[in-house]
Design a protein around this ligand. Structure first.
Ligand SMILES: [Zn+2]
Ligand SMILES: [Zn+2]
Ligand SMILES: [Zn+2]
Ligand SMILES: [Zn+2]
Ligand SMILES: [Zn+2]
Length: 211
């Protein structure tokens, strides 16, 4: 998709006409040019087009031009554009080429609060999330995650810590028990091997005596 012509501030209809993508009829955005007919399109528009069509939208054999025509790049770079977050209060007017960078960091971008998922301005987000009761907090003392509105006083925290210790202790105990079981089995095994060996030796000496 291209940029809506409404967003161009230094609007000269006669120039804009040459800067339109013939697929979306908006101002070219990340343009690519057909080397055969020299028409330009937004890259995303053309990619979508080729999902259903084989030929250039201008019906010719599409071959991508190595570079977009210089004049086109120049005309585009002279455009002054309003930010996409104008409706949220951003008053910036940005040059076409700097637009993408601005919009990536625009403080008037809307984001969702991590806690309650309400839409808020990015520039207020830190402050807002510091107060939101639904934001999850991680306690380094007891390793628990809780919501800010939940009670996490010293008693709750200590109880968690004790439970963690207990779990750890149980875990160690289980592993010790397993180790003990393994050792016992090993001993039984050795014992059986020894008995078998003695039995075998006895048999041999009896055979020798029998001769
Ligand atoms: Zn387009
Ligand atoms: Zn073409
Ligand atoms: Zn902005
Ligand atoms: Zn919130
Ligand atoms: Zn805690």
């Amino acid at each position: 998709m291209g940029l809506s012509t409404d967003r161009i501030v230094n609007n000269q209809a006669s120039t804009l006409e040459h800067l339109l993508c013939s697929i979306c009829h908006e101002i070219l955005w990340h343009p690519v040019t057909c080397g055969t007919c020299e028409h330009s399109f937004c890259e995303t528009c053309l990619n979508q087009w080729f999902q259903h069509q084989k030929r250039c939208p201008n019906t010719c054999e599409y071959q991508q031009r190595a570079r977009v025509p210089h004049l086109l790049t120049q005309l585009l770079s002279q455009l002054k554009v309003t930010c996409k977050n104008t409706i949220n209060g951003c008053t910036e007017i940005i040059l076409y080429e700097a637009l993408e960078k601005h919009e990536e960091t625009c403080p008037y971008e809307i984001k969702k609060c991590q806690g309650c998922l309400k839409s808020i301005l990015k520039q207020n987000a830190d402050q807002y999330e510091l107060q939101c009761e639904h934001v999850e907090i991680f306690c380094i003392n007891c390793q628990a995650t809780y919501r800010r509105r939940d009670t996490h006083n010293a008693i709750v925290c200590l109880r968690n810590q004790m439970k963690n210790q207990n779990d750890l202790f149980e875990l160690k105990l289980t592993s010790l028990e397993n180790e003990l079981k393994r050792q016992t089995e090993l001993l039984i095994n050795i014992d059986q091997q020894q008995k078998a060996l003695i039995g075998h030796l006895d048999k041999q000496s009896r055979l020798a005596e029998g001769k």
